[in-house]
Design a protein around this ligand. Structure first.
Ligand code: KE4
Length: 427
């Protein structure tokens, strides 16, 4: 029988860090990763036959659960007619029409292969449409690994950014300005300091990459007003929140309409698909109708589109979100009640079926507060939960996701194991 350890040793010889995406290496929890052999519903199984209740859900896509029979059938049926043609297919129109019907601000959409591609393309489009070069992002928000996003606030917080990764040219970094999430005055200051130069503000409407931090009342509306006032585009990066917190995305939940939206994860149904979309007058600037170039061999791949379309069809069914949100909100509310009753030094944030337990007391309303979390204690909690058969994201600064495949029993078990783990590590 294969072992996690042996596979990890073998993997590290031929893949950087033994993984194809850094967070999977379990570095911030000081453990070796598990190699997953299969998954079904809300459980995953590693190569050693250990089974876990999964709260990662492939980092968000698996909202209808792993190996959903309807999604698998859509993939099988599509694959039986070929896998990729490099030519338009009818099903891509079906998915585009479905996204447009569900997301109020999107009138036209372009498929790409990853969230990173979606956000890179969206800011290129914003720069092309506005003929401006600066973008404003927020510390603690993650938009994929495009050069313009791997930036930290520069020394002069009101001026150019600095690379946050080797290989990112300073010339690129200087066009990215960094504001503070939930601090509208920090955005106002950047606009006033860079008049007429800001192409776009890009934001996760609910931050999900500093742990989960909901927008403060009025924050998203404030961004909308500032962008309108300064002739800049507002980009909602809904790669994680899209079709997760509401069938109409976070923009519907909060009633704030961006100019462009990036999507991913759920719209691929577990296969590589993502998208960016928005008003027709803006999207018309994308090649081949416009001068903003963007392309992709496998963009709109029929298998990924079939999986994504079926997933969107399932989550659009009457009662899907009522049932998912009822289960999830009850779970998170019970957890919050427990933390308060026991007066534990923890904070829990959630929005419907995405949430995060911070090892920091007194609440988490922005990146600075999230960053005060006790990551060592989180690592011990993670390990204890793993030992108890619960698979969490291996980092304090990620989100836990509940799917429609999580039954009340699964959630009761997870709640019970969470209590046991916390009692053990906070003793
Ligand atoms: P991808 O390129 O990984 O498909 O999407 C990038 C991205 C863009 N925008 C948001 C809001 C995102 O959360 C992501 C990717 N999320 C991470 C999890 N925090 C993916 C996990 C990983 O990097 O392996």
């Amino acid at each position: 029988m294969a072992s996690n350890k042996k596979l990890f040793q073998r993997a590290q010889k031929v893949i950087p860090g033994g993984v194809n995406s850094p967070v999977r290496a379990f570095k911030s929890v000081n453990l070796d990763p598990l190699f997953i052999s299969s998954a079904k519903g809300c459980t995953i199984q590693d190569v050693e036959g250990n089974t876990f209740i999964d709260f990662v859900g492939s980092w968000g896509p698996m909202i209808v659960g792993h190996a959903n029979e309807e999604v698998l059938e859509a993939i099988r049926e599509t694959a039986s007619r070929g896998t990729s043609f490099g030519a338009p297919t009818a099903i891509e129109i079906d998915l585009a029409e479905k996204i447009i019907a569900m997301v109020p601000s999107v009138e036209m959409v372009r498929m790409v292969n990853s969230g990173t591609e979606a956000t890179m393309s969206a800011i290129r489009l914003a720069r092309g449409f506005t003929q401006r070069e600066h973008i404003i992002k927020f510390e603690g928000c993650y938009h994929g690994h495009g050069d313009s996003f791997l930036i930290k606030a520069g020394s002069g917080a009101l001026t150019m950014g600095e690379p946050d990764s080797l290989g990112v040219p300073r010339s690129v970094a200087q066009n990215t300005l960094t504001a503070r999430f939930n601090d509208i005055s920090s955005v106002q200051a950047l606009f006033e300091h860079n008049v007429g130069q800001v192409a776009a503000v890009i934001v996760e409407p609910i931050a999900g990459n500093m742990g989960v931090v909901p927008p403060a009342d009025g924050f998203l509306k404030g961004l909308r007003d500032l962008c309108t006032q300064h002739g800049s585009l507002l980009i909602f990066d809904e790669v994680m929140t899209g079709f997760r917190v509401h069938p109409g995305c976070a923009q519907t939940l909060y009633g704030v309409m961006p100019d462009l939206t990036t999507m991913g994860k759920v719209i691929g149904g577990g296969l590589p698909a993502a998208a960016y979309g928005g008003k027709k007058e803006i999207m018309a600037h994308v090649a081949p109708t416009g001068q903003v170039y963007q392309a992709g061999t496998l963009s709109g791949n029929p298998l990924a589109v079939a999986a994504g379309l079926k997933t969107l069809e399932i989550i659009s069914r009457p009662g899907f979100f009522e049932s998912l949100n009822q289960k999830a909100v009850t779970f998170f509310e019970n957890a919050n009640t427990y933390l308060k009753e026991k007066q534990l030094p923890l904070s829990l944030n959630y929005v419907n079926s995405m949430g995060c337990l911070f090892f920091k007391q007194g609440g988490v309303k922005n990146f600075k507060e999230a960053f005060l979390s006790d990551t060592k204690r989180f690592a011990r909690y993670f390990e204890e939960m793993l030992l108890q058969g619960i698979y969490l994201a291996p980092s304090q600064f990620e989100a836990a996701f509940i799917s429609s495949a999580h039954t009340q029993d699964d959630l009761d078990i997870a709640f019970d194991k969470m209590k046991k783990a916390l009692e053990k590590i906070l003793r």
